[in-house]
Write a protein that binds this ligand. Structure first.
Ligand code: PMP
Length: 363
C-alpha cells in the first residue's frame, strides 16, 4: 500500500489516480494487442485509434468548432513562443507587429522570444504593480493591423487568471497561452485564433503540447518555419508529419475520457471554484499568510502565498512534507509558497492543506 500524499506541483503535476491505474494495467498489453502503447507504430491501426479517440474527446470537452484543428505537437509552451510567430506573422508586411499584454513571468517570456521574429508592442503591463492582476482592457494600447494579440490567460508563477475574454478588432486573432488552466473551466474557443498548452499540468505527461488553431490561420507561416512546426503541415498529417509523443497522447486520451466520465469541463469548473474558495479563505483568515493578487484575478489553479514571517518557510515545508503535502515551495523567481490545485487535485487534498495551514498558524 502506498501512503496517501497530495502533490501540489505546478507541473509536471498530479494526474488522476484512475488514469494511472488504467495505464498501469495496460502497460504491457494494450487491449489484447500484446504490445505496450510505447511499442506501437504511430501509423498502425491501434495507435491511430487511440489518437482519433483522444482528438474527438478533447473536441467534445472544449466544444471545439469544426473550423479549428487540434494539433498534438512537441516543444512545450516555450517552443510555441517561437512556433506561433513563425506561423502567424507571414500575414503582414514585415516586420509585422504583435501585441502583448504582460501579466507575469510567462507572458514575459513570450514577449522576449517574439522579438526575434517581429516587432513587439506591449499594449499593457501589470509589472509596475508586481503582476497582481490584469490591466483593464480600456487601458490597452493595441496596434492597428497587428498580426495577433498574445495573452497568457493563467500566469502559473504569479497566480493571475483572466476573468474575461478581450473584445478586440475581430480581424486580429487572439493567441492564448492556456498551459496551466486548460480544461479547468468552460471557454468559448471561437473567441480565439490559437490556444496552446503544454500538457504537463492539466492534461498529461510532459512532452506533449496541444495547439488549437483556426483554419484560416494555417496560411501565414514564414518561409523559415521548420516543417515539423508548421501548423498547416502538422494539420495535413493529423499531427503525424513526424513521430508524435505517442505515450503522452495515450495518457492525455485517458485523462480526456476520465473528464468526460466526471461530467466534463463544466463539472470540473464547479469543483475548482469550490477548491479555490476553500484555499483562499484559509489564506485570508488573518495576516499569517498573504496572497497578493487582486481578488478578481486570483487563479483557481495556481495559488502563490507567502508566510508573514518568512524565517518559518523551511519549517512550514518540512511540516507539510511530513503530512504528505508535497511540492509546495514557490517558484524560485518569486519565492514563498505555491499550491497548484489542478483538476486532478481532489477536494480532500485542498482540505488537508487548509487543515495544515490552520494548524501551522496556530488557529
Ligand atoms: N506557459 C505557461 C503558462 C507555463 O506555466 C509554462 C510552464 N510552467 C510554460 C508556458 C512553459 O512550458 P514548457 O516548459 O512546456 O515549455
Amino acid at each position: 500500500m502506498t501512503t496517501q500524499v497530495y502533490n501540489f506541483s505546478a507541473g509536471p503535476a498530479v494526474l488522476p489516480k484512475e488514469v494511472l491505474q488504467q495505464a498501469a494495467s495496460e502497460m504491457l498489453d494494450w487491449h489484447g494487442s500484446g504490445m505496450s502503447v510505447m511499442e506501437m507504430s504511430h501509423r498502425g491501426p491501434e495507435f491511430i485509434s487511440i489518437y482519433r479517440q483522444a482528438e474527438a474527446d478533447l473536441r467534445e470537452l472544449l466544444a471545439v468548432p469544426a473550423n479549428y484543428k487540434i494539433l498534438f505537437m512537441q516543444g512545450g509552451g516555450l517552443g510555441q513562443n517561437a512556433i506561433i510567430p513563425m506561423n502567424l506573422v507571414g500575414c503582414c508586411a514585415q516586420p509585422a507587429t504583435i501585441d502583448f499584454v504582460h501579466t507575469g513571468s510567462w507572458s514575459g517570456k513570450s514577449i522576449k522570444e517574439a522579438k526575434r521574429y517581429a516587432h513587439v508592442n506591449v499594449a499593457a503591463s501589470s509589472e509596475a504593480s508586481g503582476f497582481t492582476g490584469v490591466p483593464p482592457q480600456a487601458s490597452w494600447n493595441l496596434s492597428p493591423g497587428a498580426a495577433y494579440l498574445h495573452i497568457c490567460t493563467n500566469e502559473t508563477i504569479d497566480g493571475v487568471e483572466y476573468n474575461f475574454v478581450p473584445e478586440i478588432d475581430p480581424k486580429v486573432p487572439i493567441v492564448a497561452d492556456m498551459s496551466s488552466h486548460i480544461l479547468s473551466r468552460r471557454i468559448d474557443v471561437s473567441k480565439y485564433g490559437v490556444i496552446f498548452a503544454g500538457a504537463q499540468k492539466n492534461i498529461g505527461p510532459a512532452g506533449l503540447t496541444l495547439v488549437i488553431v483556426r483554419d484560416d490561420l494555417l496560411e501565414d507561416a514564414l518561409p523559415i518555419c521548420p516543417s515539423a512546426f508548421n501548423f498547416k503541415t502538422v494539420a495535413e498529417h493529423e499531427s503525424m508529419f513526424n513521430t508524435p509523443p505517442t505515450y503522452a497522447i495515450y495518457i492525455a486520451g485517458l485523462v480526456f475520457a476520465h473528464l468526460k466520465r466526471l461530467g466534463g469541463v463544466a463539472a470540473m469548473e464547479k469543483i475548482n471554484i469550490e477548491k479555490a474558495r476553500l484555499l483562499y479563505a484559509a489564506l485570508d483568515a488573518d495576516d499569517f499568510y498573504q496572497n497578493r493578487v487582486s481578488h478578481e484575478f486570483r487563479s483557481r489553479m495556481n495559488v502563490p502565498f507567502y508566510l508573514r514571517d518568512e524565517s518559518l518557510n523551511e519549517k512550514f515545508l518540512a511540516g507539510a512534507k511530513a503530512r504528505g503535502l508535497l511540492q509546495l515551495k514557490g517558484h524560485k523567481s518569486v519565492g514563498g509558497m505555491r499550491a497548484s490545485i489542478y483538476n486532478a487535485m481532489p477536494l480532500e487534498g485542498v482540505q488537508a492543506l487548509v487543515d495544515y495551514l490552520n494548524e501551522f498558524a496556530g488557529r
